[in-house]
Ligand binder design. Structure first.
Ligand code: CP3
Length: 338
């Protein structure tokens, strides 16, 4: 068990002396040290497969920001290669995924195809016993959307048409992804990570009924199966939740990670689940005084003495200022829970 177990105590709703803090995309291009290590590999995917470098990068936020958790350096698209797909990260263009649209052409996922990820987890735990280590995966819908769109999308039109017009194939794809993610996260847990986070970044693009009929059952099955097998906290991250918040509250996740479209004090009234988030990342572009003010405003609005983890509503961006990120972390760490 890590020495500084603040995150785990907050998740188990045990007493805490302050709110724990970590940040999504905490190891990224906004750090000079990351950019230097990034140059040692030809592209982002090769960097993810380089265990030595990925371990160093995973540790940077602990060394430079003294955050309360380490999230493994990798990407949600990494396991898609194990389904036989070509995944590319082209500089300045974002990720791309090549798939012929045929469910039958997908390879059976072998978790060993991602053994480098489990090695990174083991090495990160070997190199520091200070804070908990978070493993992660994309949620079935978010991964399906990358496969169907071939990359990032603004409107998810192809995904929606596929879902409505090829309902049977969509269901099979969601089943395959659910099993894949289960195997992938299981191997991460067996490698020793203390918490897992499931990123459903794009589920918020759906209407309420589409989330209900095409997404909820798979996400719920995935989380339920994880919880039946492993005694480990599961965090569910989602955005633009207004249409499906009640479904998210029903998932068997221990922690819900919220974006800034919701008021955390209102969500607190509806659930005993642990909450994470939900500072608007744009606050990091503000002047120092504004940044502190907005951060304290959020912290004061949390009507809890435990069961809350500070984070942003979404990830840090490459053009953010390291000193502001450090100020943010320190502001949270200096805040006394009333
Ligand atoms: O949080 C962390 O620090 C852990 C590492 C992590 C990365 N991506 C590293 C990364 C995690 C947890 C992710 C998750 C991820 N990846 C999500 C879910 C969270 C979210 O942001 O909604 C999504 C949708 C992706 C897909 C993805 N990967 C995108 C949209 C991009 C940005 C494209 C770009 O060119 O910036 C990536 C690349 C990526 N993943 C980077 C990092 C640090 C930037 C790569 C670089 O250094 O150039």
């Amino acid at each position: 068990m890590p020495k500084r177990d603040l995150l785990l105590r907050a998740i188990h709703q045990n007493p805490i002396e302050r709110f724990p803090v970590w940040l999504m995309r905490q190891a990224g291009r906004y750090m000079k040290e990351y950019r230097e290590l990034r140059e040692k590999e030809k592209d982002f995917l090769s960097l993810c497969k380089n265990v030595d470098l990925s371990v160093k990068i995973s540790l940077l936020p602990l060394e430079l920001l003294d955050v309360d958790a380490i999230i493994i350096f990798s990407d949600i698209l990494v396991p898609l290669e194990g389904l036989g797909l070509t995944v590319r990260f082209v500089e300045g263009e974002g990720p791309s995924v090549e798939w012929d649209g045929k469910v039958g052409s997908l390879k059976k996922y072998d978790p060993e195809s991602n053994s480098f990820v489990y090695q990174i987890i083991q090495r990160v735990i070997g190199e520091q016993q200070e804070v908990p280590v978070i493993g992660f995966a994309g949620a079935p819908f978010t991964l399906a959307s990358y496969m169907i769109e071939g990359g990032a999308s603004r409107d998810f039109l192809r995904t929606k048409l596929f879902m409505w017009e090829r309902e049977y194939d969509f269901g099979r794809l969601m089943e395959i992804l659910t099993d894949t993610i289960y195997d992938y996260l299981s191997a991460q847990i067996e490698a020793g990570c203390h918490v897992v986070q499931i990123f459903d970044s794009w589920a918020g693009a759906l209407s309420r009924s589409d989330y209900e009929y095409h997404v909820y059952q798979y996400t719920d099955h995935l989380i339920g199966r994880m919880k039946e097998k492993y005694d480990i906290p599961v965090i569910y991250f989602f955005r633009n939740s207004s249409s499906f918040m009640d479904f998210a509250l029903n998932l068997r996740a221990d922690v819900l990670s919220l974006d800034w479209s919701v008021d955390i004090s209102e969500v607190s009234l509806k659930t005993d689940k642990v909450l994470q988030g939900n500072l608007e990342p744009a606050v990091l572009y503000a002047e120092e005084e504004t940044l502190k003010l907005k951060t304290l405003e959020l912290l004061r609005s949390v009507p809890r003495k435990t069961g809350y983890i500070f984070n942003l509503g979404h990830g840090l961006a490459p053009d953010m200022d390291f000193n502001k990120v450090k100020l943010l972390v320190d502001t949270v760490k200096n805040y006394n829970i009333p």
